[in-house]
Design a binder for this molecule. Structure first.
Ligand SMILES: *Cc1c(COP(=O)(O)O)cnc(C)c1O
Length: 367
């Protein structure tokens, strides 16, 4: 996980390339092959000639992967979320959204014109109260990330599907940080892991994180996918994904289902780091982290301290991670958001721990 930041070599601790697939020779070759066969661009939007045979192959592969009837692919996750949410809900409908959902989900909610209610992060009692107050016959959607990108915490899909059944709501989940990382059979995400794929109406996910490429999918029942093909402006009015993207995505979907070595390596790294990190954080009176995902937030609270620590980690120790400040995260929760990935070596994880300890000590974090 080496990179260069402003010309200096560093170890990358903030990439979402969790499995290292972005540098995998198999993906590179699949992308090159697709480009050589189909060219570099789709040349048009999906309904006027941009849909290629490779698109159809990938859409079928994704539907198999996610255990759904059909899927639709998009050039980016941002676009897939905006396109999907704005197509399934309209004025007069109700959307219930986790307060910490990704911005693209929120933008889709706003664009739909539906009444949007944001429940407190993972607070299902709050959601239940909102659902109770909603007219029985109204169209209702619950919209949420499955793995939250800034905290690495996880939606309880069991509670969510129970609530949805009680109040007759559809569910759309965003598996951007889950695709490729969870699930014993196919590694397709939290929905597979929870065994609730039939209860979840629509699953969005990206090829841009663990799958090492670019683009996204929406997977679900044929009828909703057909609806989106005909109604979703974010799908209709944008050039179709390029052959290179499609080629690497298809190969990544194949790899994560058949080869679990990278996933095992990733989780080994997560479980190696988490207890050691907690010992360290406790020494500085900082909140601990859990091993639920490869995303670890070290919440320092103060914006300036956060940026100082991240700058020092880079300039003195060659460790690249991002300080994240409001409005990307709630106020007073500025943090170092760092991620581990499969290619990290134990020596690099140890170097990270040592560097973090020295930097926090230098930054007068001891109370
Ligand atoms: C990254 C991300 C997206 C956007 O995906 P892109 O492919 O980068 O456009 C959407 N949702 C979540 C939860 C994400 O983390």
């Amino acid at each position: 996980m080496h990179c260069h930041v402003n010309g200096y070599p560093a170890i990358n601790f903030c990439s979402n390339n969790y499995l290292g697939l972005a540098h995998d020779i198999r993906l590179k070759q699949a992308a090159i092959q697709a480009i050589e066969t189909y060219g570099t661009g789709a040349g048009a939007s999906p309904l006027v000639g941009g849909t290629q045979s490779l698109t159809a192959v990938l859409q079928e592969a994704v539907a198999d992967f996610k255990g759904t009837e059909a899927s639709l692919v998009f050039p980016s996750g941002y676009q897939a979320n905006v396109a999907a949410v704005s197509a399934i809900a309209q004025p007069g409908d109700f959307i219930f959204a986790d307060k910490l959902n990704h911005a693209s989900l929120l933008d889709g909610c706003i664009l739909s014109g539906a009444q949007v209610h944001r429940y407190r992060h993972l607070q299902y009692g709050d959601l239940k109260r909102m659902l109770e107050k909603t007219p029985k016959d109204a169209v209702k959607w619950i919209v949420t990330d499955t793995v939250f990108s800034m905290d690495g915490d996880i939606t309880d899909l069991k509670i969510l599907t129970e609530l949805a059944a009680t109040y007759n709501a559809g569910i759309l989940v965003d598996e951007a940080h889950a695709t490729g990382l969870y699930g014993d059979q196919r590694s397709s995400g939290q929905v597979e892991q929870s065994g609730l794929s039939r209860e979840i109406t629509l699953q969005v996910g990206t090829f841009s994180k663990a799958l090492g490429g670019l683009g996204a999918y929406v997977a679900g029942p044929r009828i909703l996918i057909d609806w989106m093909i005909n109604r979703s402006r974010g799908f209709i009015y944008s050039t179709a994904p390029s052959p290179g993207m499609l080629g690497s995505a298809l190969e990544a979907v194949r790899i994560v289902q058949t080869d679990t070595t990278l996933k095992q390596k990733l989780w080994q790294n997560v479980f190696y780091l988490q207890p050691r990190l907690n010992t360290l954080l406790a020494r500085f009176d900082l909140p601990g982290v859990q091993a639920r995902s490869p995303i670890f937030p070290i919440i320092l609270g103060d914006n300036e301290t956060t940026m100082r620590v991240s700058e020092r980690l880079l300039s003195e120790y060659g460790i690249f991670l991002q300080g994240i400040r409001p409005p990307s995260v709630p106020r007073n929760t500025a943090r170092l958001r760092f991620t581990v990935s499969a290619p990290h070596e134990t020596t690099q994880l140890n170097h990270f721990l040592d560097a973090l300890e020295s930097t926090l000590a230098q930054t007068n974090m001891v109370h």
